[in-house]
Design a protein around this ligand. Structure first.
Ligand code: DGL
Length: 274
């Protein structure tokens, strides 16, 4: 349908905050976005379920002709990416490439902190997988990493309640709980693509001397580096500056929400997963 676009996947709207930065960094490429809104949130689902859902979506992207896919969802990156890369890709076509968001973030996170103490805020699935602790250890073995799962934050965003008083309660609660774990934290990673929507409230309750890190520019930069280091993949990705949006959920709902994350109006089509 669309040449050979770069795929960007998320359980819902969150990955649009990553796509926005990718498009800014690499405007020439074609992109196809899929939000699995019908089955979001992924954050509280089992490993097996997140893996099965993600694999089904990966196959959909390959059917659209994508040579390269970015899983712009921390939960899916934590719970499905490694198995898909190791077990499924060889059978699906070894020339296809699937990247996640945890590794590129872990590779540079240590450069943000002066105290060497950082905090990670994410979904229950991302935090329980311990993926960030394991990956960060490889690049910054001396960093002290504390984690906090925030199970209500994605539902607040997905249900359009991110500006409500309920959001104040849950944002403050989890920031306080994280900082109680380690008072020396000076940098906090928002390890979920939905969380930038809560930024106003996060900054309201975060001590001013703590830096809040989002992933959009990190992932966009790392994709640019990847394409430079892998010209054999870059050359397969078509370049007409086109963007296509798909959702497994309701297209009108998607269009209403999407501009909040993407910064411009979008017209989504319905994706039928096999
Ligand atoms: N936006 C996804 C992430 O980055 C998760 C949202 C969900 O729970 O589905 O983790």
């Amino acid at each position: 349908m669309i040449n050979q676009p770069i795929g960007v996947f998320d359980s819902g709207y969150g990955g649009l905050s990553i796509l926005k930065e990718i498009v800014q960094q690499l405007p020439g490429y074609d992109y196809v976005y899929l939000g699995d809104n019908a089955r979001a949130p992924y954050g509280t689902r089992s490993f097996e379920t997140v893996y099965q859902y993600t694999l089904q979506c990966v196959k959909w992207f390959f059917e659209q002709g994508c040579p390269l896919l970015v899983i712009a969802c921390n939960t899916a990156s934590a719970k499905a990416l490694r198995t898909i890369q190791q077990n499924d890709l060889p059978a699906l076509g070894t020339e296809k490439r699937v990247l996640g968001v945890i590794r590129p973030t872990s590779e540079i996170i240590g450069h943000y902190t002066k105290t060497g103490h950082i905090g990670i805020m994410g979904t229950t699935g991302t935090i329980q997988s311990n993926s960030y602790v394991i990956e960060i250890e490889k690049f910054f073995p001396n960093l002290v990493v504390s984690q906090e799962s925030c199970p209500m934050w994605v539902p607040l965003v997905e249900n359009n309640e991110y500006q409500s008083p309920g959001a104040d309660y849950f944002v403050k609660k989890h920031i306080d709980q994280l900082l109680k774990k380690d008072a020396a934290i000076d940098s906090i990673l928002l390890a979920c693509t939905h969380y930038p929507l809560l930024m106003d409230k996060i900054l309201q309750y975060m001590p001013k001397d703590i830096s809040v890190i989002t992933q959009g520019t990190i992932v966009a930069k790392s994709l640019e580096d990847y394409l430079q280091r892998h010209p054999e993949t870059a050359v397969k990705c078509s370049k007409n500056g086109q963007r296509y949006f798909f959702t497994t959920g309701d297209t009108a709902d998607f269009n209403n929400h999407a501009s909040l994350f993407f910064g411009e109006e979008v017209q989504a089509e319905k994706a039928m997963l096999m």
